[in-house]
Every structure is written in structure tokens, then in C-alpha cells.
Unconditional design. Structure first.
Length: 278
């Protein structure tokens, strides 16, 4: 085969290869949940590229994908309470990059916006909030600490990044402080039980006094009623009498009238017995 023919084939193959490379370099695809930042010869283009397929200048332009979905990162904040106790707080931060900040975040915080912007601001916010409370209150009011730290971190970061939420996964105190807080809680529980027992005793004593007063008033009312109407006592005796003559006879009492003022009731009963015998 002639040399010129071989050279032509090689040149044609090289041209096809260059064309393929140029076509491949002149296109891009931005995946879902991302935005593309165009960089031309080291210069960042102000606008971002949306999702999908697009064309660009080959060899001199690159499209850097930037994630705009919610991301999660962990950190540990070393804080001090108002009583100068060391508190370590394990934090999970949920954040995202808004579309309006894709280019600026890529340009100003390349590679690590969390490390360079979010983490120090969240740590600063937590230190400000915990410095106003004792270590015990930081543990007891962790939801309040979280909400205030979230608001403070958002104010510090502004609109460059969006902090969706922060989660205080763990609050670690020194062993001595944990033991002191536990002992204090036990003392408070014992004091609460003592107060409850004291209140219960006072309630029972008040109930006894009220019951005694009620019984005394009832006795006074019954005595007054009997003084005003003596027949009430006789009526009660008749209603409760079982018909059996008492075995114990008091002085001066004889017969059936020794306990009961039966009156005509006894006479009527005797008459009925005589008629039955006839």
C-alpha cells in the first residue's frame, strides 16, 4: 500500500478522533439535584447551568456540578457553661445550597462550604447560648438550647447557605459533674416525697377534724330535737324493739312498761289474746 495512502488513513483516523473528543468536550449533562457552574479558562461565569443536557466550548470550558439537595454533616462543639463547666455537644447539621448561591459558594467556599462557613458559625452560636446557662440547665433545656442556637447560626450565616435544622445528638459532661447532678436529683425526689407525705398527713388530720365537728353538731341537733319533742325518743324505741322483754330491769320499773311506755298498745294486745282463747 502506498505511503501516501497510509498517511491519509492515519490522518483521517486522527481527525475523526479529534472530532469525537471535541464533540464530547463540547457537551455536558447536569444530573438531577445539581446545578452546573461554568468555568472558562479559570474564570467563573455568573449564571449557573440547570439540569439536563447542554453545549459548551470544547477544551476551554468546564462545567462543575454543585449539589443543591439537603446535606447532612456532623460536628462536635466544645462549649463552657455559665458555671465554667466543660460541655461537649455532638451536633448533626442539616443544610443545603440555594440556587441563588451556587456560583458564589463554588467561587468563595470551593470544596468545603460546611467546614469553612457552617461549622464555625454553628459552634459560635452554641458557645453563646451555653454560656448563659448552667451545665444542668443545658441538659434539662436542650430543646430550648437547640432552637436558640439554630436561630443564632442562621443569623450569622445569612442567605448564603440555608440551615434546615440542627440536632443535638449528645451532650457530654464531666463524670464529676454528672455525679453531682444525679445526687442533686435524688435529693430533690426525696424532698418531693417528704412534701407529699406531709401534705397527705395534713389532709387526713383535716378530714378527722371535719368529721368530728360534723358528729358533734349532729349530737347537738339530736339532743335539741329530743328536748323540743320527747315523743321522738319513744317512737325510736318502738320502731327498734324486737318484741322481746329485756332481761335486765332497772330500779322502779315493773312489767312491760319498765323500758317501753307502751300505753294502749299493751292493752290492745291483751284483749286480742283473750279473744283468741275464747
Amino acid at each position: 500500500m502506498p505511503t501516501k495512502g497510509i498517511a491519509g488513513l492515519v490522518g483521517g483516523a486522527l481527525l475523526i478522533f479529534v472530532v469525537i473528543i471535541a464533540v464530547a468536550s463540547g457537551t455536558y449533562v447536569v444530573e438531577p439535584g445539581h446545578r452546573g457552574v461554568e468555568v472558562m479558562l479559570g474564570r467563573v461565569t455568573p449564571g449557573f447551568k440547570p439540569e439536563g443536557f447542554g453545549l459548551k466550548l470544547p477544551f476551554v470550558t468546564t462545567i462543575a456540578p454543585q449539589l443543591i439537595r439537603q446535606q447532612t454533616a456532623k460536628m462536635v462543639a466544645d462549649c463552657y457553661s455559665s458555671d465554667l463547666q466543660q460541655v461537649k455537644i455532638a451536633v448533626r447539621v442539616l443544610y443545603r445550597v440555594p440556587e441563588s448561591s451556587v456560583v458564589s459558594v463554588f467561587r468563595d467556599y470551593w470544596g468545603a462550604p460546611f467546614e469553612s462557613l457552617i461549622k464555625p458559625r454553628v459552634a459560635e452560636a452554641l458557645n453563646e447560648i451555653t454560656a448563659r446557662r448552667s451545665a444542668e440547665l443545658i441538659v434539662q433545656k436542650r430543646e430550648e438550647v437547640k432552637s436558640q442556637a439554630l436561630e443564632a447560626a442562621r443569623n450569622k450565616i445569612g442567605h448564603v447557605l440555608v440551615i434546615e435544622d440542627i440536632v443535638l445528638e449528645d451532650i457530654n459532661l464531666t463524670r464529676a459533674l454528672e455525679n453531682a447532678i444525679e445526687a442533686k436529683m435524688v435529693q430533690e425526689q426525696e424532698a418531693a416525697r417528704s412534701r407529699f407525705a406531709q401534705q397527705q398527713a395534713q389532709t387526713e388530720a383535716s378530714t378527722v377534724v371535719i368529721k368530728a365537728k360534723g358528729e358533734a353538731e349532729s349530737i347537738i341537733l339530736r339532743g335539741k330535737a329530743m328536748q323540743e319533742n320527747p315523743n321522738v325518743l319513744e317512737l325510736q324505741i318502738i320502731e327498734r324493739w324486737d318484741g322481746v322483754t329485756p332481761l335486765v330491769v332497772g330500779p322502779g320499773a315493773t312489767g312491760a312498761n319498765m323500758m317501753l311506755p307502751l300505753g294502749d298498745f299493751s292493752t290492745g294486745k291483751k284483749a286480742a289474746n283473750l279473744e283468741e282463747s275464747k
